[in-house]
Design a protein around this ligand. Sequence first.
Ligand code: ARG
Ligand code: ZN
Length: 844
Amino acid sequence: ATHYLADWRPFPYQITETRLEFDLAPRATRVRSRIGFVRRGDGDLVLDGAGLKTLSLAVDDKALPLSLAGDGQLIIPAADLPDSFTFEAEVEIDPEANTALEGLYLSGGIFCTQCEAEGFRHITWYPDRPDVMAPFHVTINSDMPVLLSNGNPVEEAPGRAIWQDPWKKPAYLFALVAGDLRAVSDSFTTMSGRKVALNVWVRPGDEGRAGYAMESLIRSMKWDEDVYGREYDLDVFNIVAVDDFNMGAMENKGLNIFNSKLVLATAETATDGDYERIEGVIGHEYFHNWTGNRITCRDWFQLCLKEGLTVFRDQQFTSDMRSPAVKRIHDVQTLRARQFREDAGPLAHPPRPDHYQEINNFYTATVYEKGAEVIGMLKRLVGDEGYRKALDLYFERHDGQACTIEDWIAVFQDATGRDLTQFKRWYTDAGTPRLTLTEDWADGRLVLNFHQETAPTPGQPEKPARVIPIALGLIGPNGDEVLPTTVLEMTEPAQSFSFDGLGARPVVSLLRGFSAPVTVDREIGADQQALLLAHDTDPYARWQAGHDLALDGLILRAGGRDGGEDFNRALAGVLADAGDDPAFAALCLSLPGEEEIATAISARGGIPDPDAIHAARRAQMLDIATTHETALARLYDAMAQPGPYRPDAEGGGRRSLRLASLAYLSRLDGGARAEALYRTATNMTERQGALEQLIAAGRDKAALADFAAEFGANRLVMDKWFMVQPLRAAPDRAVARARELAAHPDFDWKNPNRFRALIGGLTANHAGFHAADGSGYDFLAEWLMRLDPVNPQTTARMCSAFETISRYDAGRQAHARSALERIAALPGLSRNSSEMVTRILAGL
Ligand code: ARG
Ligand code: ZN
């Protein structure tokens, strides 16, 4: 069944309090609920439930027939209900059988929950919709040593704990954890003087790996006070790490539950990227306390109200904690790789969709990352002060409410007096606008002619013009900036802007800071790109100029022509200054990936050939390595860090430049340096970096065996082992390698991290996954069909590996189609996967 935004109706009852009592048992947990309702409109009482064994039902102590409990819904006619009443139910559920990891389940002996989006209905009968908010009172009966729920602890006795959450919340923010856990503890005193007890709960033995998560939490709490004036509102804040989790983490009120890979880290086991993600996601979940929990969503169509804003906030946080330039470039790379890809294919949808079959399929790059970009544009349009005023108004006006994108836009209009009618299209329209620039130059006057166009997306044939903030500067021919950053506001399909009084013709530094999520099409020569790469004052635009130059060369080479010399030449300058900002230099040095090259070829009307792209990229790397061997070797040595490992931006920047150099040098030394680094590295960043080069060089046997011997007992580290092999294998070996690994006794495929490591490692190997014989597609389909009955959410998410298929040749399309049709024909295919496969097939 399809759900439509237009069908939303207010829930006709209000809940005064939700009381829950759990008797925990792996195979038969009893849940007793007492829910106080007050009528506030017309309509029957409709409760949601899924997979519940209903033992009793009552209203105001009068038993109801169990036959009321239908398949998915329990409906009590309004006529049978007084104006205020207490609903009671007792149900039995089976956490051990819950492999879908939705509702209450067991992960390595720990009871835990995941209720967003619609998991609570797997726990008991309830109005499982985000606009129904209530204070919760929770009793847990269990002999597990640690018993946690939302809010503040009220009573703790052996075998029982009571928690009370005074802040009303929707059911998706409910959480319960019970297990043998150990805490890493600290405290935080808020700006008004409230002392908050902080705990990061982990399995016994992991206490030494949770310190960074705790430091990140404290930094997040401080940052949200300093930057947004937001204070924490309970006496305790608990974080729990579990090994089996469908996504990254969950912002349950006062009790965040995390995938352990986003909590546990030591220098020996986690990479710089892992540390940065831990800090970012700890921040993200913490920031949800205000943007998500205190102010939540009216319905799931509004998901980007909390996710777009919270991603935007976590991006600002990381930017403040680390390097703003590097963070911005990383975010643009992610957006392009994941969201532009989504927008260009059969799964395209707006940040605020207006229909869905399975909401869990809409936790997407569009809702999250594009949702954040849209807020970045708003902030640029209204200015920092306008943004701050709008956010203050948002918190003041909507605290305790379940809101919509319309509410969000209204606070910006009211706080700044700006009409945002046209801007709202960014929320309702799918697709990435293509911005075209042509220039006229005469008599010291530069005219910039912009044109915007958005291709149709499924269900949206017409694309009216959007408001596009275009930040730009002008760089003179000798490299000085003749116009500092200026923001143009484009509102028409075509619009020109002119700049007078210029001495010599400047080069436009376009879309500074990536001021809008658009693709750019412009005439620009290699010399001009090289000029920007050398002199642009905006770090993002500088990096982008080099990146475009590299991409142009790679596309030529993949088409069998000469190319790449310009980029190769321009790198001399990058290498000469590399020591000044190693992280930035590493970004400039890294060539566009194969997937990105394929995307660009297809955007220019070609059909990408994965093998040719792979070969072109390797050839380009060899050329660069040969030309710049001395400088690269010098950098490789200079970036070594003898002191203790520190997971900060500076140390990470040096390591990233060292590894970027190593990738080139390995083309020349056959992996000799990588082998030496693998043996001597004392941190996982360099360990993994070296291992990846050894796999690419086909010189990996000893290192892989050594890695497994050293880390075999550490699940998170072994995920890396399972991921890098299919990812870095030569394309013609990748599927075979993935098959071998799938037969490995440690391939615990029911664990989402392990499944994603191996299967996702292969799908991220562009030429390997898109093998011309369709073996990559067959392998993926086989595993999706095996996982679907066990874990539909994780299966459905991985179906998106097929979303780009229509850009490849007919042979590959035919192989992919038959793989997708096999999945579609699986008896009992989940609603999650069925929706994904149907949408993808519709685009073929
Ligand atoms: N709200 C969580 C976050 O962004 C994501 C949880 C989504 N889980 C799911 N099964 N859809 O941090
Ligand atoms: Zn979130």
